[in-house]
Write a protein that binds this ligand. Structure first.
Ligand code: SPV
Ligand code: MG
Length: 551
């Protein structure tokens, strides 16, 4: 584990290493993250911003707990230090002690307390800006410094004499007294339109204790100039709040007027950006890494060029077949959803033709560069290095009911193919079918009453089989348990012409080598999309049955 300095220490270091420390105000994790992302040194947990976020006046209407909660949320969201606007310390020196204990425990790097009377009002509000006595405020500084446990924690004293109209001399008198009481820095606040009075203050400041400026009203002055005038930190206290307020207001106005969000869509952050700032990509990565897995992988060979299939070119628009949309969802998304619902989390899609156009959430796309000349076995086996434990293979051009996969994965056998006994009743398809000859049930008198979803021993599989002799169609789904995968990889090594082989050849080779290959018998519940006719039929079926079981 990497040793982490406290953020208080980080802030101390910044004061040493930087010409001027620049921090920006926020009231939530989102603002804090945007500040960090834009390269600032720290976050100002602004009382004004937090109050505004609650839509209440910045006048200690909120409690310390609420300010601290907001600051903690910000602190958790970023790795840079958070410096808290603690107003007057929420009461007297005892309240200050309690506050420091709580803020320090929350990982806050520094607290700023101001020398006004509780409850304060924001410094820019005309009217009462009552100052506490110097002695009383010195007591608060001493209480804070005595309470902190980490010696790096910084306590800033904020001088409000210029805000209250008490003049420069009083401001200096107070600042020196607070430095004397142990303050780690002085925030000299001003509501003047120009920085002249704080420049004058700085020119008369002879202590080594750093000066901090909040240039809300004298916004034209650069950080560099402040540094040259002797300031060590600048706080851009509320610009983020004011920016988002205006942006939200204009957005809502536009939606109200236009009756839709069309005019604002291009001006607002995309959902992708929203997820990104939430940390959703990291969450996905961690979920992948830490969530309990079934240990079953799926391989979906999707490399073939669909332009050879009658009529698909127009609807596919140069995309691979797995990107075909039916009922508002692509074939691949449909398959992945079902796989995930059956706890198959590692899905490898083998792309070939237009592989870059395959978009499938939570899958890994592997590429078969030889897709144009190789067979399906070659595509499937391009995932061989990823296969461990157990694996289900699913052709990318089929659509199937979840129940089939569910039953397949519960097969006790080392190798199980899904075989459909109803293939002869399906509408004719313009292709050679993957036929299967499985153990003849008729010979077994006890099995005359045909039970579905039982397992048969597969004797032959291939497109060359005699249609009259074949009793099943292999639907393009197969499940290999660990022993089955071992047999598969041995057979693969033994295959005479692996580049040209299709999966049937590999399965037949397994059978020829004496490996038991079983068939899970089904009747309907799936469909292949091999032609425009298939597409129209399945689409019509979907529309009629609102996406229910395909037949
Ligand atoms: C705040 O951000 O709450 C401040 C700074 O105290 S200012 O509003 O500029 O006074
Ligand atoms: Mg404030």
């Amino acid at each position: 584990m990497r040793f982490m300095h406290s953020k208080a220490k980080v802030l101390r270091e910044l004061f040493k290493s930087k010409e001027i420390v620049r921090i920006v105000g926020a009231h939530h994790g989102l603002g804090a993250k945007l500040i960090e992302r834009n390269g600032f040194d720290g976050i100002w947990a602004s009382g004004l911003e937090i109050s505004t976020a609650y839509a209440v006046p910045d006048a200690n209407i909120l409690t310390m707990t609420e300010y601290l909660h907001a600051a903690s949320v910000m602190n958790d969201a970023v790795s840079i230090p958070v410096i808290c606007d603690c107003d007057t310390g929420y009461g007297n020196s005892s309240n200050v002690q309690h506050m420091i204990k709580k803020y320090e425990a929350a990982g806050i790097a520094a607290a700023v307390i101001e020398d006004k009377i509780f409850p304060k009002v924001n410094s820019f509000v005309p009217g009462r800006q009552d100052l506490a006595s110097i002695e009383e405020f010195m007591g608060k500084i001493e209480a804070a410094k005595n309470t902190q446990k980490n010696s790096d924690f910084m306590v800033f004293a904020r001088v409000e004499a210029l805000i209250a109209g008490w003049g420069l001399e009083e401001a200096l008198r107070r600042a020196y007294a607070y430095a004397e009481a142990g303050a780690d820095g002085i925030v000299i606040h001003s509501k003047s339109k120009t920085p002249d009075e704080i420049f004058e203050f700085a020119s008369k400041w002879k202590s080594k204790i750093p000066l901090v400026v909040i240039p809300t009203t004298f916004y034209g002055t650069t950080a560099k100039t402040f540094a040259e005038r002797g300031f060590k930190m600048v706080i851009y206290a509320n610009q983020g709040l004011r920016a988002s307020m205006k942006a939200m207001d204009e957005t809502f106005k536009s939606i109200q007027e236009a009756g839709s969000t069309a005019l604002v869509e291009n001006k607002i952050s995309s959902m992708k950006e929203v997820f990104e700032i939430q940390g959703m990509p990291e969450l996905k990565e961690n979920e992948e890494r830490f969530s309990k897995k079934t240990g079953i992988q799926a391989v979906i060979p999707a490399a073939g060029d669909p332009r050879r299939l009658a009529g698909f070119s127009e609807i596919l628009n140069d995309k691979p077949l797995c990107m075909l949309e039916i009922g508002g969802k692509t074939l691949i998304d449909r398959q992945v959803d079902i796989l995930r619902s059956c706890e198959v989390k590692d899905v490898y899609v083998i792309g070939g033709y237009q592989a870059d156009k395959i978009k499938a959430e939570s899958t890994k796309i592997l590429k078969n560069p030889d897709y144009a000349t190789s067979g399906t076995a070659w595509s499937v086996m391009s995932a061989k290095n990823y296969l461990k434990n157990q694996c289900v293979f699913v052709y990318s051009d089929i659509i199937f009911d979840r129940l089939i996969l569910d039953q397949l994965l519960s097969s006790p056998h080392a190798i199980t193919l899904v075989i459909d006994r109803a293939y002869r009743t399906l509408p004719p398809r313009e292709k050679k079918l993957d036929l299967v000859i499985a153990e003849d049930l008729a010979k077994d008198s006890r099995s005359r009453r045909l039970e579905l979803n039982t397992f048969k021993r597969v004797l032959h599989v291939g497109q060359h089989l005699d249609r009259q002799k074949a009793n099943y169609e292999f639907i393009g789904m197969a499940f290999f348990r660990e022993e089955g995968l071992g047999e598969l990889s041995e057979a693969w090594q033994a295959l005479p012409c692996p580049e040209k082989a299709d999966l049937n050849d590999l399965l037949q080779l397994l059978i020829d080598r004496g490996v038991a290959v079983h068939g899970l018998e089904i009747e309907h519940g799936w469909s292949e999309l091999h032609s425009l006719d298939d597409f129209k039929r399945v689409k019509a079926h979907f529309e009629k049955n609102s996406g229910a079981l395909v037949s």
